[in-house]
Design a protein around this ligand. Structure first.
Ligand code: ADP
Ligand code: MG
Length: 258
């Protein structure tokens, strides 16, 4: 299984939207996908139509209570896409992990016992705390959604420093899959300027596909559906399909076959 952490310590930059729609695009392409909701807000779970009452076992149970992964993963309404949902008690995990043994390696250990998924996406919370460190330690590679706004590059350099620390201490093989520009607004000059800066600093790390600001992407979660299902033809869905193709092409060769 190849594991992709979707992280950025800023909130509201499109992590969850990217997680849901890339997971759906991969499932539609025939991959067996596991999405781990690692944000106590549980937006990925809600966005996939899994209500709090339907969250049988959660990522908290997986991390803290060592409930086996096969029991935590539950099917969604999307064929080929399983979910480990998040519940509010996950916010306590951040504190509980502090005193735990191998506190950054819990998720990696749990995911190693997975049987049957080809790809795993981890939707991280908006912080660089222990939950995100667990995701980065468990991941083969990192996908960073970046909103083109004034402080984007500062935030990104802080994230990349954390990646280096994780590479040194916990996960030397952690790679960077790429940076995807989200909520792109062509009419905004600042957006263009930031996009140019990001591309000139990070060159090929930045995906060619750009996710436009698109109201259908923000409406879809309230229907409990990925935008890709809610409105397949909208500009946002089309952009995520394009990103998924680009992303698959960047995956390590031996893992590409679905
Ligand atoms: P994060 O997980 O990084 O906090 P979200 O994916 O939850 O970010 O996005 C934050 C808000 O912006 C959500 O309400 C979401 O529906 C909306 N949103 C995300 N991407 C877009 C987009 N490309 N266009 C318009 N709205 C978006
Ligand atoms: Mg989120």
């Amino acid at each position: 299984m190849i594991t992709i952490a979707i992280a950025n310590q800023k909130g509201g930059v499109g992590k969850t939207t990217t997680a849901i729609n890339i997971a759906t695009a991969l499932a539609a392409t025939g991959w067996s996908v596991l999405l781990v909701d690692l944000d106590p807000q549980g937006n990925a779970s809600t966005g996939l139509g899994v209500t709090t009452a339907d969250r049988h076992h959660s990522s908290y149970d997986l991390l803290i209570d060592q409930v086996p992964i096969a029991e935590c993963a539950q099917p969604t309404r999307i064929p080929g896409l399983d979910l480990i949902p998040a519940t509010v008690d996950l916010s306590g995990a951040e504190v509980e992990l502090v005193s735990a043994e191998d506190r950054t390696g819990k998720l990696r250990a749990a995911l190693q016992a997975d049987n049957g998924h080809e790809i795993c996406l981890i939707d991280c919370p908006p912080s660089l705390g222990l939950l995100t460190l667990n995701a980065l330690t468990a991941a083969d590679t990192l996908l960073v959604p970046l909103q083109c706004e004034f402080f984007a590059l500062e935030g990104l350099s802080q994230l990349l420093q954390t990646v280096e620390r994780v590479q040194e201490r916990f996960n030397p093989d952690l790679g960077i899959l790429g940076i995807v520009l989200t909520m792109y607004d062509r009419r905004n000059r600042l957006t263009d300027q930031v996009a140019d800066d990001v591309r000139s600093c990070l060159a090929d790390l930045v995906f060619e596909s750009v996710i436009p600001r698109n109201v259908r992407l923000s409406e879809a979660p309230s229907h409990g559906l990925p935008a890709l299902i809610y409105d397949h033809a909208c500009a946002g869905s089309q952009a995520y399909m394009k990103l998924a193709r680009e992303l698959i092409a960047r995956l390590p060769e031996r893992r590409k076959a679905a």
